[in-house]
Ligand binder design. Structure first.
Ligand code: P6P
Length: 339
């Protein structure tokens, strides 16, 4: 069956499964539970101030960051949709310290599911787009009760990655290693329908996304790159650039998937103990998989993000991702500085 615009995400996933002789249907089941969780989060977010879910939860997450009520609610929704069905071997949440123990007696599948239930939640109370990010790994053979160390696999080991952007429209963007495909949630039928097959990132761009207020803390190669963009047509680049910063990685990355661009949260000297702000396992690896599958590049500036050997569930890394030619230029500047 040819996949056409308007195909439901369920049908899309099953058709992809059928194309793989070795597929058992387990990944399809995991993805169906993830989709249900994201529909539940979309519903909670859409009510905004009408459902008493805005504002602070009065608690901190494992990162020491103040949690919004929707952070806690989204995490609960994601856990409840994915812990009971027996389709996963283990769960890990960006909001929680350690691997999440599955309920007693629940059978275990062969996949590990990692998720950031609500990324960019500082935007929630001001009604700016936020998102959910998820990443799926294989649980190591012979491991009945996966522990944190079993999740510490490089990004290249991912079998699937995706995000949902809760924006003017709610969209789910997915890769299983065979391109990137976007689905839009139909409010009328409550299902994600294929609207953006085979998404590709343009190799060239004149749009960069960075939190420029941190400029004084950046390393010199990043200073050089951004200074040249700001110099515009009078400078060494000979053309003008535009800047965007949503402070919601999902929104910035989605824009790049749709029209190109470069996104970076570089290493900065504010907190030497934190080599970057974004989390390798919950943000950088899944987004890098998607970006690379769409023809883009994702680097720390010094190495391919997906080749990092993780050292901890909540490890933070610098990231520069997006349009191939611009990311490769930045990588070149880091290489020049190292010579
Ligand atoms: P800043 C959201 O908190 C997040 O993890 C990403 O989604 C986003 O790109 C970044 O942090 C925003 O960071 O320092 O600009 O608030």
């Amino acid at each position: 069956m040819t996949i056409t615009v308007g195909t439901t995400i369920t049908q899309f996933i099953i058709e992809r499964q059928r194309a793989l002789p070795e597929a058992t249907g387990e990944l399809t089941s995991v993805l169906n539970d993830v989709v249900i969780a994201c529909k539940g989060i979309a519903n909670a977010i859409s009510h905004g101030g009408l459902a008493g879910v805005l504002g602070s939860a009065g608690t901190d997450n494992v990162q020491g960051e103040g949690q919004k009520k929707l952070d806690v609610l989204s995490n609960d929704i994601f856990l409840k949709a994915n812990e009971w069905a027996g389709h996963v071997a283990g769960l890990a949440s960006e909001e929680m310290e350690d691997v999440v123990p599955l309920p007693n007696g629940v059978s275990r599948g062969k996949y590990l599911l990692l998720f950031d239930p609500l990324d960019g939640s500082s935007n929630i109370d001001v009604n700016v787009s936020v998102g959910t990010i998820f990443s799926i790994l294989r649980s190591p053979e012979g491991v009945d009760l996966p522990r944190a160390e079993h999740f510490l696999q490089p990004g290249t080991a991912q079998v699937c990655a995706g995000y949902v952007i809760y924006g003017p429209a709610t969209m789910l963007v997915l890769t299983t290693g065979d391109g990137v495909h976007g689905f839009t949630l139909s409010p009328g039928i409550g299902e994600f329908l294929l609207t953006h097959p085979d998404m590709r990132i343009p190799e060239e761009t004149t749009e960069f996304a960075i939190n420029a207020s941190n400029m004084r803390f950046w390393e010199l190669p990043m200073r050089r790159y951004i200074d040249e963009c700001l110099a515009g047509s009078d400078g060494p680049r000979g053309k003008n650039f535009n800047m965007r910063w949503v402070a919601s990685m999902v929104a910035d990355v989605h824009r790049i998937l749709c029209r190109g661009g470069i996104f970076t949260y570089p290493l900065d000297s504010r907190e030497p103990s934190k080599p970057g702000k974004l989390r390798l396992m919950y943000e950088v690896n899944p987004m890098s998989f998607i970006v690379e599958q769409a023809g883009g590049v994702s680097s720390t500036g010094r190495q391919r993000c997906m080749e990092i050997t993780p050292e901890g569930l909540h490890q933070r890394v610098p990231v520069v991702l997006g349009s191939k030619s611009e990311v490769e230029r930045v990588v070149g500047y880091y290489r020049d500085a190292a010579d």
